[in-house]
Ligand binder design. Structure first.
Ligand code: ATP
Length: 358
């Protein structure tokens, strides 16, 4: 197993680039933990993973594994295995030979290879498919072969680049749960790239949220959800998205959402000398009540029943506000409603920097 320290790691693909693809990442991935790199397309997740793997060079900074700088080591000299989105299996080899491939390259004795192939195949329920070629398997089974191949090596570090994104929704959920069990079983330090916040939340001990090459927040799923460090994190994590509005400070503890008469209580410290802020409210923490033509906060635009909940979009001032209600709703488009945010945990951000206040 292994602890991975990123020390000021930056990447420029060309000296002429005026922008870093990855900029000054400094954090520690603890030994045996499962850490996700989460962010939108192009934010630098894969580049970061590839630098840890040695598939990309590091422009500045250092990657230290168990106290030893590894950024100048060839990938095969680093104690890690990679699981790719497209599985990267050898089509002409059987499942058993695919799983054994990395072990043969390392000149491990045949009896030991056979033992490890069987053990890995059993962990991933592939023992009845060992003689098949990858093309005779489903997408989910191919991904399991890629996983079996990675764990057969018994590496200290497992690296995953969007490994579930080619699977359909049902299989993705099932494989996600299996990955979690597998991690608990083998305990290798795991670094997992995804743009899917739900995947990151459900799998990880710690999440590194990235945007435009930079680290926005490094924290547990609960920290990232409950106390997002920036407006970006607040908007990226949680479904439906957090409602984030411009707001004007109207009292020591009060802000009013711009363009509306809706006022929300916030902790005094959060306002600290500001006259305007950005205010975030989670859709699951707000409720709606029927209003009238003359007395209402907003008008319903869209009602989306989901079975266990209903998402309701309303026009509020100049913006659109989402409320998620449990079960089915009796509200309909065109209805005038009052919005109740008294039970909601307000998230307050600096209007200029987007940083959390308070
Ligand atoms: P995705 O989820 O779409 O793969 P990502 O978050 O993994 O996105 P990266 O692939 O790491 O993002 O890309 C980060 C930035 O670096 C992007 O602006 C991308 O265009 C750029 N980039 C990536 N690879 C190269 C390359 N080989 N040459 C030049 N620029 C690159």
């Amino acid at each position: 197993m292994a602890q991975i320290e990123l020390q000021g790691v930056s990447k420029k693909f060309s000296p002429k680039d005026d922008r870093y693809a990855v900029e000054h990442l400094t954090y520690t991935i603890p030994d045996g933990s499962f850490v996700s790199l989460l962010g939108p397309s192009g934010c630098g997740k894969s580049t970061t993973l590839n630098m840890i793997a040695g598939l990309e060079s590091v422009t500045e900074g250092s990657i230290v594994v168990d106290g030893k700088a590894v950024e100048d080591l060839e990938p095969h000299k680093r104690d890690l295995a990679f699981v790719f989105q497209d599985y990267a299996l050898y089509p002409h080899l059987s499942v058993a030979d695919n799983i054994a491939f990395g072990l043969k390259m390392r000149k491990i004795p045949k009896a030991e290879i056979d033992r490890r192939v069987l053990e890995s195949a059993e962990k991933l329920e592939l023992e009845n498919h060992l003689k098949r070629r990858p093309k005779a398997l489903s997408g989910g089974q191919r991904q399991r072969v890629a996983l079996a191949r990675a764990i057969a090596r018994r590496p200290g570090v497992l690296l995953f680049d969007e490994p579930l994104s080619n699977l359909d929704a049902l299989l993705r959920d099932k494989t996600r749960a299996e990955l979690k069990l597998l991690h608990a079983d083998i305990g290798a330090t795991s670094v997992y790239v995804t743009h899917d916040q739900e995947e990151a939340m459900s799998l990880s001990d710690v999440i590194a949220v990235m945007s435009a090459g930079r680290l926005e927040q490094y924290g547990t799923p609960a920290e990232i959800y409950r106390t997002p460090a920036t407006e970006f994190v607040a908007g990226f994590v949680g479904k439906p998205r957090m409602n984030i509005f411009d707001a004007t400070v109207v009292g020591p503890h009060r802000v009013r959402l711009d363009g509306t008469s809706l006022e929300v209580e916030v902790p005094e410290a959060d306002l600290d000398g500001h006259t305007t802020v950005r205010l975030g409210l989670r859709p699951t923490e707000c409720t709606l009540e029927p209003g009238s033509e003359t007395e209402h906060d907003g008008t319903i635009m869209v009602v989306e029943p989901l079975g266990n909940a209903t998402d309701i979009m309303l026009r509020l001032g100049e913006g659109v506000f989402i409320v998620r209600e449990p079960g089915f709703s009796t509200l309909a488009p065109g209805d005038h409603v009052r919005l109740d945010a008294r039970e909601a945990e307000p998230h307050v951000f600096d209007a200029e920097t987007g940083n959390r206040l308070g």
